[in-house]
Design a protein around this ligand. Structure first.
Ligand SMILES: *Cc1c(COP(=O)(O)O)cnc(C)c1O
Length: 444
């Protein structure tokens, strides 16, 4: 065991360990990502601004494909969705996981092949199911007994919809109670422990218009170790064996979900993807051999680990306020573009960019511009003591669950998204304007 030593102020200022691999210190205290200096991007596109490093996303896709051979790697689109990102992950050979008709139509309209898409959801609406069948989605993941007949009914006679059953293996894992989905006290999936999963399997096998191809589980998010996946896998393989014994059916697929942790601050633990891949495949082979089952086709569904570390949020400081012992640095975005701190207590490591300073660091709380005291982006972080209005603050690891959860709160408008690669920046998603917001209001 080594004791953690707090980094020196100078080391903290140069630590780009959680930034995209392309991040480099640039002249005048700036940082360049994908070869694009952040101050230049802020000047050109305005703030708040989100940058997405294309090669970082692509490299992360490749790490998964190398770590999980003979596996379907499905990007969990809810982490962030736009046309260019869909194009990148598809080009790299990934499939997609969506959880609504909206995400599904978005992906198909962008040219994503529907047979490479899996539809999730604990409460699928009639519109979700209609879109799934109309667009020919590859798999529907059944999440409750109620759904079985509702999915089967509209399937045209003579055809079969492929389905998986989402099971709850009774594994508690994940970075926050709101993102733990592996136990029986939350809303997702069918319980292995109380027999709900097996009951659903029996009913699906009785439906001539449904083809049960496998089991699915997603035990939570921000999981830092392979252990919980191995525990879940053993439970699910045992269930596959019981299904074979009871029904004589050997299910050919096993989807282990996502939830792979990333580090948001230097020193935090990220899940080691090559280690996860090796361990999961070894355990799967061993468990199946023990149960006398053929090894099913594996699928994994990373969201955050593919895009989170590829994103950087960039804000302009609007106000600095010292109240008693606290210093508040207020920026031009906040909970409308990143609700994660308010939802999950997520922590970040913001950094001053675009200005050289020798001022000693001081503890500050970076807050947003919204009318909520809970609109805090990063509490108690070190920023140069001379931080002032007009400065730029960059927040790394901003690519997942920021803009996909963003809102129009206070009619501020959601920020644009820019791709950076090879020293060039190009607009992917434009800034939300007041006209965009007002256009939904049909008047008196
Ligand atoms: C959210 C979710 C994922 C992705 O989770 P990450 O933490 O972003 O990897 C994968 N599968 C399902 C079913 C999900 O709900």
């Amino acid at each position: 065991m080594t004791t953690a030593v707090p980094p020196s102020p100078a080391a903290a200022r140069t630590d780009l360990s959680v930034w995209p691999a392309s991040a480099r210190p640039a002249p005048d205290g700036d940082v360049a990502v994908g070869g694009v200096p952040l101050a230049e991007a802020a000047e050109r596109f305005g703030t708040p601004l989100y940058l997405l490093d294309e090669y970082e996303v692509r490299e992360r896709c490749r790490t998964y494909l190398r770590s999980f051979p003979d596996t379907d790697v499905l990007y969990a689109a809810k982490a962030f969705l736009c046309h260019a990102l869909l194009h990148w992950v598809r080009e790299e050979g990934l499939g997609l996981d969506v959880c609504s008709a909206g995400e599904l139509e978005y992906a198909v309209a962008a040219g994503f092949p529907s047979d490479r898409i899996v539809l999730h959801g604990n409460a699928k609406s009639p519109q979700d199911l209609e879109a799934a069948l109309r667009l020919g989605v590859g798999r529907v993941v059944i999440d409750s007994a109620w759904e079985i007949a509702r999915i089967a009914a509209p399937v045209p006679a003579g055809t079969r919809q492929k389905v998986l059953v989402r099971v709850v293996p009774g594994v508690s894992a994940g970075g926050h109670v709101a993102i733990r989905t592996g136990t029986d006290d939350q809303k997702f999936g069918l319980s292995v422990a109380d027999g709900g999963a097996e009951h659903a399997v029996a009913r699906i096998l009785d439906q001539p218009r449904l083809e049960l191809v496998g089991l699915h589980c997603h035990i939570g998010s921000q999981i830092t170790e392979p252990g919980p996946y191995v525990t879940a896998l053993r439970t699910v393989v045992a269930l596959l064996a019981r299904i074979r014994d009871r029904h004589g059916t050997v299910l050919p697929e096993l989807d282990l979900g996502g939830g792979h942790a990333v580090a948001h601050r230097p020193g935090e633990t990220a899940l080691d993807i090559p280690a996860l891949g090796a361990r999961v495949r070894r355990e799967l082979a061993a468990s199946c051999a023990g149960a006398g089952l053929p090894v099913p086709r594996l699928a994994v569904e990373p969201g955050r680990a593919l895009v989170g570390p590829a994103g950087v949020a960039l804000y302009r400081v609007l106000a600095v306020k010292r109240t008693g012992a606290r210093a508040f640095v207020a920026v031009d975005g906040g909970m409308s573009d990143n609700p994660r701190p308010a939802l999950y207590g997520a922590r970040y490591a913001p950094r001053l960019v675009g200005r050289r300073t020798t001022a000693a660091p001081r503890t500050a709380t970076v807050v947003g511009r919204h009318c909520e005291a809970g609109d805090v982006l990063a509490a108690d972080v070190a920023l140069p003591g001379d931080v002032r209005p007009g400065d730029l603050i960059a927040v790394p690891v901003a690519g997942a669950y920021h803009l996909s959860m963003a809102s129009s709160y206070n009619a501020v408008g959601r920020p644009p998204v820019v791709a950076v690669a090879d020293g060039r920046a190009r607009l992917l998603v434009r800034r939300e304007s007041l006209a965009d917001i007002r256009s939904r209001d049909v008047g008196l």
